[in-house]
Design a protein around this ligand. Structure first.
Ligand code: NAP
Length: 373
């Protein structure tokens, strides 16, 4: 799910590298019909699903003569997510729009390789309960959560999880100039090449806030047990601190194909992409505490994490909407945190557990941000 995006395209590189072990059963995207058709011609899945139904006739035309069935709309995406023939479902759509297909895969008891963190932020308790009720497993694809997953020891209690953050492009920029940051500047991430929404989230550090909430649910820890440390080199991908004071970390080049592949190969490890950390040259690794004044989104996410209920879903939806407005030039960079703060103040106190409640809260938060921009 999300095969035409940054994670989806890298997942297909992993499939290509390990074609003797992996086969694509279905591909799904939102509206990139051309790329989806090219991917389908290359990987020959049984199904492709396109969320935007108006583009489905174009997709059918692009795939004329190909033995690939085209499915349409949200139901089409959910259908491929729960198909009994798929062993692993990669959840790599962006945003809370990925929630229904993710729940569909969990209800079908799948092994879900989850990149789409927004689903766990908006609906953590529902997603984890659904996974438990249907025997589904969630394997993290987010590099930080994959790192933690790789460091855990069976049945050994965790004292603390430490998520590492690069700090993004504005780690050392004068905060007095943040209102003038342009979308082009915010889209230049120093270490990772990612889709636009998560790249802006990295610049505001909302990404790390979303990841704190994701970690709380994935690893069943208390909010106070999840911390963040800035590590500009992006070599240490996160750490687990145990009760005896030992910390374990996972280190590798910042390359998403590594955690994507591990979610497919687990518990085995396969040949990875070429880059390696070069220990024959001097390596400097810094670790710094995040500055709350520079990164207010991190504090907002922490508040939502502690508040629970609808607050994380409001945080996520308000942020998605504010990021879209910023990318369109409708609000300044600093307007993202302001919009999220106001939406949380106004709507964060609601309760939301069931899918229809989350969908309603998500829609209300988006409306709130759009109408006040
Ligand atoms: N990129 C990274 O390195 C990275 C790292 C860690 C975690 N993540 C997480 O992974 C997810 C994807 O990120 P990305 O950077 O790959 O995003 P992206 O490049 O913007 O791609 C998003 C993908 O999702 C598709 N899509 C959007 N809504 C959909 C829906 N409702 N149903 C099916 N497909 C849908 C898009 O299709 P169209 O192309 O047709 O629009 C596209 O294929 C996000 O949750 C992000 O936080 C990303």
């Amino acid at each position: 799910m999300g095969s035409t995006g940054s994670v989806g395209r890298q997942a297909l590189e992993v499939v290509q590298r390990h074609s003797e072990r992996l086969r694509v059963f279905a591909l799904a995207a939102k509206s990139s019909a051309d790329l989806l058709a090219r991917q389908a011609r290359r990987f020959r899945p049984r199904f492709v699903a396109l969320l935007d139904e108006t583009l489905v006739p174009d997709l059918r035309q692009l795939l004329a003569g190909c033995d690939v069935e085209v499915l349409a709309g949200m139901e089409g995406v959910c259908q491929v997510a729960r198909d009994p023939e798929a062993d692993i479902v990669l959840g790599a759509a962006s945003g809370a729009a990925g929630l229904r297909p993710v729940l569909s895969a969990l209800k079908a008891g799948k092994q879900l390789a989850l990149a789409n963190k927004e689903t766990l932020v908006a609906a953590g308790p529902l997603a984890m309960d659904t996974a438990a009720a249907h025997g589904a497993t969630i394997l993290p694809v987010d590099s930080e959560h994959s790192a933690i997953f790789q460091c855990l020891e069976p049945s050994v209690p965790i004292e603390r999880l430490l998520l590492t953050a690069s700090g993004g492009p504005f780690l050392r920029r004068d905060p007095g100039t943040f209102a003038a940051i342009t979308p082009a500047e915010a889209l230049k991430h120093p270490n990772w090449s990612m889709g636009p929404k998560i790249t802006i989230d990295s610049a505001t550090m909302m990404n790390k806030g979303l990841e704190m909430i994701e970690a709380r649910w994935l690893f069943d820890v208390e909010p106070r047990q999840v911390g963040v440390v800035i590590h500009p080199q992006s070599i240490v991908h996160s750490m687990v601190v145990f009760q005896d004071g030992s910390a374990k970390a996972q280190l590798s080049m910042p390359d998403m194909r590594i955690p994507i592949q591990y979610a497919f190969s687990y518990p085995a490890r396969w040949d990875g992409p070429d880059g390696r950390v070069d220990w024959s040259i001097g390596q400097t690794m810094e670790f710094l505490p995040p500055d709350p004044a520079r990164f207010p989104c991190l504090g907002l996410a922490r508040d939502a994490l502690h508040q629970g209920g609808a607050a994380p879903a409001v945080l996520n939806a308000a942020n998605e909407e504010a990021v879209a407005l910023f990318l369109r030039g409708a609000i300044p960079f600093t307007g993202i945190a302001q919009a999220v703060y106001r939406a949380l103040e106004s709507l964060g106190h609601h309760q939301a557990y069931a899918l229809d409640e989350i969908v309603a809260v998500d829609a209300a938060a988006r409306r709130y941000v759009r109408t006040r921009a």
